[in-house]
Write a protein that binds this ligand. Structure first.
Ligand code: 5AD
Ligand code: SF4
Length: 507
């Protein structure tokens, strides 16, 4: 149920001439949760006759789905909003909306810095957006709908106010036609000191397993073959339905046999909640990927304590040992924050050592960004100079890249099973440019192009093949690699006396 705060009604002085052509432009910043939210909002607006455009100038409705995790993401939005000031003067019928984490956290600041914004919708108010747009267009008054702040009511009221909906989906917004995100949790209760998410996404709530399974069924009927279950701490999932407690392991068992679904993954994991039941489910369920994103954040116990992450490096090591024991060959990726308050050169060296020890498949590395509203912002001085943050970021990335390349090189000469996602990104950019100049008939007879897919361990593989392979699994012989990618070609088996002669297949 969605329970927005009362809507404020400040009048804008805009001319009300309606040049409404139902062309929607949406810019999405941030995590997969935001990508999914955009998909849901676009789905709802399409049912009202809107069409998506990637040209901001021809749109009459512009939405920004925002992120507050780091300051830079917010700057990007303010700069885009700034550029629209003139457009709004020229085209008063234009409706500009800000949704997502920034909207939830900074509604007044946004209206002050960008008075031409017409509507603000919080992270739990996706369902409101079509009405807010219609109201803004009709009345020329500002609209806002937000979830309750964490201190503004009883936990259940606050949690309910963040309860958004997952309506019919919008296939065009998916990562590819064969892949879809499914939200299984909302919010976060971990309160790491540096992180704004518990404020912007509200209290942790797990969705009922029956609803999730029904959503996966629908997606599979629409042709989706790979689902990624989403939650800020996805392995903390817990929901009691008809007297039975479902953990993430139980949910995986519940959705595993959905006809049509070939792969299941889930992000992001919290180290302390990595139960052996979950690892055993991954081991026992063939559709589960052997890949876990489990952010360590720092290799230094003193910093982990300041972050209030709730574990030590030794405890993280114990988790890694269990992963390797129960799911041998499972790849693990991490996030790191460099330059967190209190991070000395000695503590930074410990982060380097953990990358070398745990050999993450890849790591996302971020410079600490002080976020108003967090404990770290209030209580810890941002005491690492920007130049040191930058250097540590580059150094850690170089160490991670060396590890990734070494481990990728192990695959050369071997064969891997790959789920084909579609054209590789580089190829798709090139193709768009070519297609713009090509006649329709020349687009039909496409030769083999560079495709991209992933192994069961989430390693990216590029190879030449027919675009029709998208959404299927194929075997690729690996011939080369970079830090991020395995490069190979499709294995064509020589059939001799009824036997397949091929390379040993790895995942
Ligand atoms: N500064 C820098 N990085 C941050 N992250 C979260 N909050 C901050 C912050 N204030 C990073 C963490 C998290 C990822 C999504 O973003 O590494 O895992
Ligand atoms: Fe933020 Fe920590 Fe929650 Fe992750 S677990 S969303 S870092 S508070």
């Amino acid at each position: 149920m969605v329970s927005p705060l009362p809507t404020a009604t400040d009048t804008t002085n805009a001319n009300t001439a309606d040049t409404h052509n139902r062309q929607l432009f949406i810019e999405t910043v941030g995590c997969q949760m935001n990508v999914l939210d955009s998909e849901l909002v676009v789905g709802a607006l399409r049912r009202q006759g809107y069409e998506l455009t990637d040209d901001m100038k021809s749109a009459d409705t512009i939405l920004f789905n925002t992120c507050s995790v780091r300051e830079r993401a917010e700057h990007k939005i303010y700069s885009l909003l700034g550029r629209l000031k003139y457009a709004k003067r020229q085209r008063p019928g234009l409706v500009i909306g800000v949704m997502g984490c920034m909207a939830q956290k900074d509604q007044d600041i946004i209206f002050r810095r960008a008075p031409h914004v017409d509507l603000i919708a919080g992270t739990g108010q996706l369902a409101e957006i079509p009405n807010l747009i219609a109201e803004a267009r009709q009345t020329r008054r500002r609209q806002r709908a937000l979830s309750l702040g964490r201190r503004d009511g009883k936990r259940v009221e606050v949690a309910d106010s963040f309860e958004s909906y997952d309506p019919t989906r919008e296939p065009q917004m998916r990562p590819t036609p064969h892949q879809a995100f499914v939200r299984i949790m909302i919010g976060c209760d971990k309160f790491c000191t540096y992180c704004v998410v518990p404020m912007t996404r509200g209290p942790e709530q797990s969705r009922p397993p029956t609803l999730i399974a029904a959503e996966v069924d629908i997606l599979a009927e629409q042709g989706v073959k790979e689902v990624t279950l989403l939650g800020q701490t996805v392995n903390s999932y817990k929901h009691t339905e008809e007297g039975r407690l479902y953990r993430l392991s139980d949910l995986l068992h519940k959705i595993h046999d959905t006809p049509g679904i070939e792969r299941i993954k889930f992000v992001t994991n919290y180290p302390r909640d990595m139960g052996s039941d979950l690892l055993e489910a991954i081991r026992d369920l063939p559709k589960c990927m052997h890949y876990l994103h489990v952010p360590l954040q720092s290799g230094c116990d003193d910093v982990l304590k300041l972050m209030k992450r709730g574990y030590t490096v030794a405890q993280y090591r114990e988790m890694m040992d269990r992963i390797n024991e129960i799911v041998p060959g499972c790849s693990v990726s991490s996030d790191f924050i460099v330059g967190h308050p209190g991070e000395t050169e000695a503590s930074f060296d410990k982060s380097i050592a953990t990358i070398q020890e745990f050999r993450f498949k890849n790591s996302f590395i971020f410079k600490y960004s002080p976020r108003p509203g967090t404990k770290a912002f209030d209580r810890l001085a941002d005491d690492v100079p920007e130049a040191d943050k930058k250097r540590r970021n580059n150094e850690l990335l170089a160490i991670q890249n060396a590890v990734s390349e070494e481990d990728n090189a192990e695959f050369i000469g071997k064969s891997v099973k790959v789920f084909v996602e579609g054209e590789s990104k580089a190829e798709s950019g090139k193709r768009k440019a070519e297609d713009a100049n090509a006649s329709p008939s020349s687009q039909d007879a496409r030769p083999a192009i560079q495709l991209s897919g992933r192994t069961r361990c989430d390693r990216i593989v590029v190879f030449e093949g027919n675009p029709r392979l998208a959404g299927s699994s194929t075997e690729i012989a690996i011939e080369d690699c970079t830090t991020t990618t395995l490069i190979g070609s499709i294995v064509t088996h020589d059939v001799q006396h009824g036997c397949d002669v091929g390379l040993p297949i790895l995942t």
